[in-house]
Design a protein around this ligand. Structure first.
Ligand SMILES: C[S@@+](CC[C@H](N)C(=O)[O-])C[C@H]1O[C@@H](n2cnc3c(N)ncnc32)[C@H](O)[C@@H]1O
Length: 281
């Protein structure tokens, strides 16, 4: 699959966009925890570098298991506030702080405060949901506030050895997920998407996690593959033998995997005013 190929989501397809993973699956909590272990330190560094301060109002979209929402609440302190949203709050049950609200919320359709937040962040969400979710996230940022998005780019996902064989598996998974609107090349598109949404000072950075098979870091990939295994096979995108081979390779300590994440950020122009005065800075 050519991840760099231009992909357009037609207006008709916009209505069929959906998140492919089942939040109710028995091991989803573990899959989300594995995601957090891989990516939280880098996420915190990106947001720290933007100058997050006590008193900021933050929105965490698609909060998952909530580690970043929890960290944001600690960082902005009692004068700040954090709204953590997710289409399913099943995995956010343990999250509680006086300045933190957990809300079941669909970013594609449910109402959001307009021009309110100093920081809006979403990790591994927009690659599933596309432009409408990004535009709704932008509308929630106050003038002068920041939008930070983080998404994978499978073009930089590599395996050693057996890269070609594993790429065929990833290609099949990407084709399957793209039926629901998923974009495996979203990471590289982020800069243009943020600029197109009218943000200023747009910039981006990338980080790559490198890990062995059978290590805790492979848990995310293994559980992701396992959770869609039945649908993948039924879709005819991937043969059972190829899926079994991929899972065995993920459990092989001699395999090495590279997984990339792109973080991009931009600031909402000050002109036009907003619904809320800027947070203390
Ligand atoms: C890949 S997980 C990422 C979780 C978390 N952001 C992280 O990086 O640890 C994507 C999250 O987006 C949520 N999600 C999917 N569709 C959504 C929607 N339409 N509105 C809000 N959240 C959604 C999922 O329930 C899931 O928790």
């Amino acid at each position: 699959m050519e991840y760099g190929g231009r992909r357009r989501v037609s207006p008709r397809m916009e209505n069929t966009i959906r998140y492919v993973f089942d939040q109710g699956r028995h091991d989803e909590h573990e899959r989300l925890a594995a995601m957090e272990r891989l990516w939280d330190p880098g996420t915190r560094a990106v947001i720290d570098a933007l100058g997050i301060q006590p008193g900021w109002h933050c929105l965490e979209i698609g909060a998952g298991r909530g580690s970043i929402a929890r960290w944001l609440a600690e960082t902005v302190g009692p004068e700040g506030e954090v709204l953590a949203t997710d289409i399913s709050t099943l995995h956010l049950d343990g999250l509680a702080a006086p300045n933190l609200e957990v809300r079941r919320h669909d970013i594609l359709s449910d109402p959001l405060p307009s021009a309110h937040f100093d920081l809006v962040h979403a990790r591994l969400v927009m690659e599933h949901l596309g432009r409408r979710s990004l535009e709704r996230a932008v509308s929630a940022v106050r003038p002068g506030g920041w939008l930070v998005l983080e998404d994978h780019d499978w073009g930089g996902a590599l395996t050693h050895p057996h890269d070609e064989q594993m790429r065929q598996v990833f290609d099949a998974v990407a084709r399957f997920m793209s039926r629901a609107g998923y974009d495996a090349a979203y990471g590289r598109r982020l800069v243009h998407e943020l600029e197109r949404a009218g943000l200023d000072d747009v910039a981006a950075d990338g980080r790559v996690r490198v890990y062995r098979g059978a290590s805790p870091a492979t848990t995310f990939l293994r559980l992701s593959l396992e959770s869609m295994a039945a649908s993948l096979i039924a879709s005819d995108e991937l043969a059972y033998e190829d899926l079994s081979w991929a899972l065995a390779t993920l459990d092989d300590p001699d395999s090495v995997f590279l997984t990339p994440m792109i973080a991009a950020w931009g600031r909402k122009p000050e002109r036009g005013g907003g619904d809320r005065a800027p947070g203390r800075r």
